[in-house]
Write a protein that binds this ligand. Structure first.
Ligand code: BGC
Ligand code: NOJ
Length: 807
């Protein structure tokens, strides 16, 4: 069952039924001011950091679900409704929620009154614009009362939900004409405030939640709305909100527009006040004047839309497969941008108060979208590398506001260092710019410890080389990519964190997955070294790669697939010898990508096993059979009920590894088959089962052993976005940035017979036509000349390059 449809021309998903199985959300904002926006107008806003600088309030696991947003209540002759259906839940005569790239539009109608609500964050300003137009489609005059309202968060989202003995005392607002300013804690140590402004004079306001809502009422029946009034309340402590009320007369056919703006302002310490208790509003006025009429809003909105059109023109495909094109051209790239901005911090499933930016997560997030914003990626790489320690180990996360390593989580995830090589090599391939290797980058953010970035890569490799276990395989530490395979944790205490506890420092538990990573990214680093003339060092690295490759061939092969790990007692994990968890997906993908045991046929065998044992209707499950019991020696992986999360769901992040691996062994049909199984656009028709947004990847889809087989969870903030983008564009379509130029090496399935691709690469536009005759005859003609090999040598004197490939 569908709840809407794609509008590819507008780059939108249009939800036409508000009863979506879960809130279907979107993200507004690009740089500092961010908002989450659901299809019922729910969600919240924050500045840079959803934990430390939360602007509006949202209560996760609330009942009813998804309350807390920017709400517009329309009271039309005592029929009260909202353009986004919630909170009043009045059945609408028509409803559309258009989630677009960085904006959401609601188009709703009730009793011949139409509401058009446009919501976006302008490109270079710290505010969210909500432009609401009401149109009377009736043949008699309507007198309507409109309330716009938001609820402030007291900045630190954790304190806000926990420290009530303080919170109920500190809330402060200032009311100034058409604007309500939220200035809690501004008198003391904060230098920022927020405001909720309208461009026309209101007929009343409220800034105290209890007064607006009424004692024991709720968002579903606020007293002010029921009574078509405002109480002009000035909050003092308790819960500050901001609400503006308007009495609007609309003649038949008449439209009126009001612009609501939620803004964020920072002032220097010596410019905070203009007089006692009166905040300096200079910057706020400037921001308000910038968006005080429809023309200005329209202009800013068009700039945002154009920005996206330009960005996405970097890579565009037109093939005979509409869904594939839609995902590559629009949604997959868009999701990559959101994971770049948010890492794993703020979604409807990540509360914004837990995880900041992850080392491994953010490195991987770069892979799929680096082509869109290389400069920002370079900055990000530096931020990430700066939380690395001199021995190559790293903090696991950092807070976006402070950029300091997060000491609560610490480090010890032994795959982390290698992801840095993945990100840096991708950067060089995309830009051709090796100077990034010279960027002075500190260790653990210590002043004076700056060294060229290349030394961080050396440290990464060296960490693995100096931390091997009894089989010569890399030690796993707390965990590798699979955060839940905690082989040294041995946790018996309820609630103890699997992520931060090691009760048994065995020095023995090893990871075959990290071995695969080392071989893949070690070779990559060796190539970089060779390219910059460090041939001896390159050869030394290759020797280390060979050692780990040999160890993997010897101890990491189970007969039909790659072993997953060795536990703290040196027992195999992910082997036919085990009772449960006999096969794990991760090493099958990575070791095949790294071509370990290629001439022994390992990759082919491993992928056959993946198809036979792990593949279900929605993709490839992470392991099989699921763990039935809790295993002290395995940790969190065995804590999940069967079929969920790391215990046997389709953990979508690793599925693209299988897609890529299949292209490595030349199995194009299977690669595309795996790609399609959990690609959101292909699951749109079963939205009632899948539940999460049909335009966005989710982290997991419940596996065959789960009660709710096929149900997806944790949409948006997942490495799936980046890796699938990588797999679809670089492996299936085969448009691969490489050191010497752009490589074109398509692995298309039979069902895609032709594709026209435009790719802007290092400033040159490549117009590529691929004709898939499904033969093994690869031919490439560049500007009329046949070229040997698959790489188009980079020529910066050209503007456009015409490429014709036949297969
Ligand atoms: C989840 C993992 C996640 C980890 C770190 C675990 O509970 O299952 O997917 O990576 O927490 O936050
Ligand atoms: C989600 C985490 O963000 C990621 O770092 C981890 O690799 C996967 N879960 C698998 O556990």
């Amino acid at each position: 069952m569908k709840f809407g449809h794609f509008d590819d021309k507008e780059y939108e998903y249009v939800i036409t039924n508000y009863n979506t199985p879960l809130p279907w959300i979107n993200y507004l904002g690009q740089d500092g001011f961010f908002s989450l926006m659901s299809n019922t107008c729910g969600g919240y806003m924050f500045y840079k950091d959803a934990k430390l600088r939360r602007i509006t309030r949202f209560r996760y696991n609330n009942v009813p679900r998804d309350y807390g947003g920017r709400y517009y209540y329309i009271n039309d002759n005592n029929t009260i409704w909202n353009p986004g259906f919630l909170p009043f839940k009045t059945k609408l005569d028509s409803y559309k929620c258009r989630h677009g790239l960085g904006y959401t539009i609601f188009e709703s109608e009730k009793n011949k009154l139409k509401a058009d609500l446009l919501c976006f964050v302008p490109l270079n300003d710290l505010c969210e614009i909500n432009q609401l137009t009401l149109t009377n489609n009736d043949n008699k005059t309507k007198n309507v009362t409109l309330h716009g309202v938001i609820e402030w968060c007291l900045w630190n989202a954790v304190d806000d939900q926990t420290n009530f003995q303080r919170n109920w005392n500190i809330g402060e607002v200032e009311i100034d004409d058409q604007t309500i300013y939220h200035k809690t804690e501004y008198r003391e140590r904060r230098n920022h405030y927020a405001f909720y402004h309208t461009n026309v004079k209101h007929d009343g306001f409220d800034s105290d939640l209890d007064t607006f809502i009424g004692l024991y009422n709720s968002w579903c029946d606020p007293s002010a709305v029921l009574n078509k009034t405002s109480y002009n309340s000035a909050a003092s402590g308790w819960a500050p909100i901001a609400s503006h009320m308007f009495n609007i007369e609309l003649k038949p056919g008449e439209s009126k527009t009001i612009i609501f703006q939620t803004g964020y302002v920072e002032n220097d310490d010596d410019k905070k006040f203009t007089s006692l208790d009166v905040i300096n509003k200079e910057k706020a006025y400037e921001l308000q004047n910038k968006y005080n009429n429809k023309e200005k809003v329209e202009k800013a909105f068009n700039e945002l839309k154009n920005k996206w059109v330009t960005l996405l023109s970097t890579l565009n495909v037109k093939s005979d497969n509409e869904k594939f094109d839609r995902m590559i051209n629009i949604w997959n790239q868009y999701q990559c941008m959101v994971t770049f901005n948010m890492s794993r911090s703020a979604s409807y499933y990540e509360s914004g108060t837990g995880r900041g930016m992850g080392f491994r997560d953010s490195c991987q997030d770069l892979l799929g979208f680096l082509h869109l914003i290389p400069e920002k990626s370079r900055e990000r790489i530096k931020d990430i590398a700066s939380i690395q320690f001199e021995d190559g180990s790293t903090y696991h996360q950092y807070q976006p506001l402070t950029k300091r390593g997060n000491a609560d989580i610490g480090g010890g995830f032994n795959d982390d260092p290698l992801w840095l090589i993945a990100a840096v090599s991708q950067y060089i391939k995309e830009t051709g710019d090796y100077t990034i290797l010279n960027d002075p980058t500190p260790f653990n953010n210590k002043e004076g410890s700056e060294r060229p970035l290349i030394d961080h890569l050396r440290a990464s490799l060296n960490f693995i080389i100096t931390h091997k276990g009894p089989h010569g395989l890399p030690l796993i530490g707390r965990a590798d990519w699979n955060d839940c395979l905690n082989l040294n944790c041995f946790s018996k205490t309820p609630g103890e964190s699997f992520q931060t506890t090691s009760n048994f420092e065995s020095g023995k538990a090893e990871s075959v997955f990290i071995a695969g990573m080392f071989v893949l990214y070690g070779k990559e680093f060796a190539t970089i070294l060779k390219n910059i003339g460090n041939v001896d060092e390159s050869n030394k690295v290759l020797k280390e790669v060979k050692d780990i490759e040999d160890a993997t061939i010897k101890y990491g092969w189970d007969g039909e697939w790659f072993v997953r790990a060795y536990d703290a007692y040196c027992n195999k994990v992910g082997s036919h010898e085990c009772e449960d968890g006999q096969i794990f997906v991760e090493p099958q993908g990575f070791c095949t990508m790294a071509r370990i045991g290629e001439d022994l046929g390992y990759g082919k065998k491993a992928l056959d096993s993946v198809e036979k044992i792990l593949t279900n209707d929605y993709g490839v499950e992470i392991l099989h059979p699921c763990y039935k019991e809790y295993h002290l020696e395995l940790g969190e992986v065995s804590s999940y009920p069967r079929g969920y999360k790391e215990n046997g769901s389709v953990f979508c992040h690793n599925n693209p590894w299988i897609v890529i691996a299949n292209t490595v062994i030349g199995n194009n049909e299977r690669a595309f088959d795996v790609y399609k199984r959990n690609c959101p656009a292909y699951l749109e028709d079963v939205s009632e089962i899948h539940k999460t947004e049909p335009y966005i990847y989710s982290q997991t889809i419940a596996g065959r052993d789960a009660k709710n087989y096929g149900e997806a969870k944790n949409s948006w903030l997942t490495g799936t976005a980046s890796w699938t983008m990588f797999a679809a564009s670089q492996a299936i379509l085969g448009i691969k940035p490489d050191y010497e130029g752009l490589m074109i090496d398509p692995h298309l399935p039979k069902e895609i017979k032709n594709a026209k691709v435009t790719r802007i690469f290092r400033g040159v536009k490549y117009n590529i036509t691929i004709e898939n005759n499904n033969t093994s005859n690869y031919q490439m003609v560049v500007d009329g000349k046949t070229i040997n090999g698959k790489v188009i040598p980079y020529d910066k004197t050209k503007k456009d390059v015409d490429v014709r490939i036949s297969l």
